[in-house]
Design a protein. Sequence first.
Length: 105
Amino acid sequence: MQNNSRNFEEWEQILRKLTGVSDQTNWKIYQVFEDELGQVHYKIKQYYNGVELKTGMGIIHTSKNKILSINGEFIPENLLKGTFQLSVDKARTNALEHIKAQKYY
């Protein structure tokens, strides 16, 4: 029986191929834990142009440094592309008008 498991070090390339995203999307590991079977699980978050996506999360399941499976919710880039609706100056003006404080830091 041939083992087609991929090394954990290849996880980013594998995710990129599975999701079909560009270099504008990347992932970061934010938690690692080992279970009672000795399997290591890596929780990852998805980022687009450096911005964390709240719903883009997944888990890479490994054993002996080989990927067993990957699961999660990964957001396709076609749902992320767009333009800013407010400029920084307009957003600041809106916030200052809404807060109406006497003094600002």
